[in-house]
Design a protein around this ligand. Sequence first.
Ligand SMILES: Cc1cc2nc3c(=O)[nH]c(=O)nc-3n(C[C@H](O)[C@H](O)[C@H](O)COP(=O)(O)OP(=O)(O)OC[C@H]3O[C@@H](n4cnc5c(N)ncnc54)[C@H](O)[C@@H]3O)c2cc1C
Length: 478
Amino acid sequence: MLIKKDPTIIQSYLEDSSNLKGGHTERVVIPQTIDEVSSVLKEADTKRVPVTVSGAGTGQAGGRVPFGGIVLSTEKLSAIKEIRKFDKGGYVVLEAGVLIKDLKEACEQKELFYTYDPTEQTAFVGGAIATNASGARSFRYGPTRQYVKGIRVALADGSILLLKRGEVKAKGRILGFEASGKRYKINLPAYKMPDTKNSAGYYAKDDMDLVDLFVGQEGTLGVIVEAELGLIDRPKEIFSAFAFFKDESSAWSFAKDSRLARPLSIEYFDVNCLKLLGERDHNVPDSAKAAIFFEDEITETEDAVMAKWEKLLSKHGVSLDNTWVAMNEKTHREFLDKRHFIPETMSEMAKRSGFPKVSTDLATPKEKLRDMLEFYKNSLEKNALRHFVFGHIGDAHLHVNMLPADQKEYEKCKNLQLEFVKKSLSLGGTVSAEHGIGKSKKGFLKLLYGEKGINEMIEVKKTLDRNLILGRGNVFDT
Ligand SMILES: Cc1cc2nc3c(=O)[nH]c(=O)nc-3n(C[C@H](O)[C@H](O)[C@H](O)COP(=O)(O)OP(=O)(O)OC[C@H]3O[C@@H](n4cnc5c(N)ncnc54)[C@H](O)[C@@H]3O)c2cc1C
């Protein structure tokens, strides 16, 4: 086991991609085996020392930023133990600290495919499970949750729980199980989760699987040390395109119709994103007010897929001649690079400005998306703030990023962010679709589930982590 105390070395463990400041820890422990994870937790639990679990630190909600106690990093638990292909699909058993990009490469070699496809490929598998991460292609494939077939979790007292999906199911909202000779009875929260893509708070449903409680728990219920993930066959060749629209409304309508064509992803970019891209790619049409990037699988012929999209585009006033189309792997990769360039540049701009960007991760039911988009547009225009709206329009899940220039604007952005959250809730939406609550969105979670829902989550936590040592300050205040 490695232990780091040198302030210059542990500095990088005190932050993530959220810009949350003030993190501090007495030491970072880096177990090399699951037994070591267990003994670190046992000792911390006995001494009541808070433990913050650290993945790769790409999280957007401050979840791995510690405020006291120790940091337990999963970086050395990085073995891919088994990867198997069946006639259809397959599975992989791996440790929590495997990088998403390494998992993808390992799958590629077996002609298999792991569906989570975030912009940021340096996240760990454990971090993705702990936040129920999703991304662009979750439009077709769904979020991380549904691929978690099994999980090995170290509980706060150091005991190890090995779970296979299907083995432990709740009866209604009561989950009973045994681990290391101890009996647990968990009263699950009574709330109804939003009917959208969702990463906000604990998963709670009648008759749910115990595995699902540990997916999206953000390091508050246990340390995920190993997982078995379902894999699918590698998609066939991919057709992708950037379509440009003369107004936002046409882009929104195109996105709605595109859902029926079941592509892999449908991603939206507003005019400000296009201006940003235009600084690098001079062929972005000047007249474009919005764009949709989409990826589809070529299941029949190239001509058939082209004809399908040409028809859909022309219905919304767009010709294929003005659309960027990738028919080969090289151009497709260039398109992905353009798609990634936009959020990355935004984050760099925010860093340079000295003021954190204020962003949202809201999803609404699909039939309410247009209301939400109009609300974004009107509010952002009225407030004249520098902003970018982009993301997973196929899942009715867009990120609004506001870049304040000074303290006064920062406060204005925060107020607007709260208004967006309230609007999303009024439409039946969620307060976090993929990033999780972490430390920065706890107030929003309270708006979603109320004091009662929060208290019910705390009761769940107390059953599994009596001394409240894990992930302190994440999801709710303890
Ligand atoms: C440029 C960029 C693009 C992104 N794009 C996407 C996207 O498309 N979709 C998406 O969903 N997210 C996206 N993210 C967010 C982020 O990449 C994901 O949330 C990712 O899954 C976090 O993984 P991590 O290993 O970095 O976790 P960390 O940031 O280290 O931790 C995240 C949370 O999980 C907990 N945790 C980590 N590992 C474990 C474990 N083994 N056991 C228990 N708890 C644990 C931590 O305590 C913390 O609360 C993006 C981030 C960036 C910077």
